[in-house]
Design a protein around this ligand. Structure first.
Ligand code: B1M
Length: 206
């Protein structure tokens, strides 16, 4: 059953994904297992793209399919907490349009009890700074990047935040990001996935 989730995402079967996820849940799979199978599917999609077996339009439909599948899981992921831990500003850095991972981070951070201010994708460094200034009670800022070519924009974003005198922790993540890179650009925390991002955020305010 989990396999049909993976197949639906890999093949961009938008109409089938909701049923496939629901069927897997009804059959006893956990929300996390369903999510993991969709994330694994995106890795397959990425590999096919790299091998020139599929192109951007197919990658886009696969992404839409995963987003729809995540929609089914949304009420089941995390414990909820209605913003009691404070505000968390989140965005994908300038030049980068990938948002599935960022949206998962948003979902898990919100479920952990933060109020997420989601700036979306392709967010200029200044926008992070301006948003913090408009929300000075923000507890954490998070930046996502999926392209090696936008790692520089992440560096610029962290620099702009620090130069603006903002002292709240800056968390970074995304496929090309590493702990080493996090340290090199002066960010405060790196995590590999959405669940550990939520865990880390709680630790940082705890
Ligand atoms: Co793009 N893309 N893409 N793409 N895309 C990748 C990233 C790529 C690895 C594919 C490949 O070649 N194998 C490759 C990047 C290569 C590189 O830089 N080294 C690539 C490329 C090249 C491109 C274009 C340049 C293609 C082109 O136009 N020729 C183009 C760039 C557009 C742009 O951004 N300017 C492009 C476009 C797209 C689409 C728009 C078609 C689509 C995105 C749609 C969308 O997001 N709404 C897309 C997709 C879907 C992918 C792949 C296949 C899947 C990404 C994804 O959603 N993964 C991807 C290949 C891959 O990743 N395997 C690929 C699932 C998601 C759950 O994982 O986002 O990694 P991820 O998030 C994880 C962690 O990284 C982490 O938590 C999440 C899960 O728990 N995380 C954080 C993320 N942010 C975090 C922040 C944190 C903490 C953790 O703290 C704040």
């Amino acid at each position: 059953m989990i396999e049909s989730i993976q197949n639906a995402v890999v093949n961009g079967k938008l109409k089938l994904i909701t049923g496939a996820v629901q069927e897997a849940l009804d059959g006893g799979a956990s929300a996390q297992e369903c999510l993991d199978s969709m994330t694994a599917a995106m890795d397959i999609v990425g590999a096919k793209f790299q091998a020139n077996e599929i192109f951007v339009p197919e990658m886009l439909v696969a992404a839409k399919t995963m987003q729809r599948g995540v929609g089914v899981l949304k009420p089941l992921l995390g414990e909820g907490g209605a913003g009691k831990l404070g505000k968390y500003i989140l965005g994908t850095v300038a030049g980068d349009l990938h948002d599935i991972g960022k949206n998962l981070v948003s979902l898990m951070i919100e479920s952990a009890g933060f109020e997420v201010i989601d700036l979306g994708v392709d967010v200029p460094a200044e926008k992070f700074v301006e948003t913090y200034k408009a929300n000075p009670d923000t507890k954490i800022i998070g930046c996502s990047a999926l392209l090696t070519t936008t790692m520089d924009a992440m560096r610029e974003t962290v620099k702009a935040i620090k130069e603006a005198g903002i002292t709240v922790p800056v968390m970074v993540g995304g496929a090309p990001i590493t702990q080493e890179f996090c340290d090199a650009i002066g960010a405060d925390a790196y995590t590999t996935d959405a669940a550990s991002a939520a865990q880390k955020a709680k630790e940082l305010v705890g």
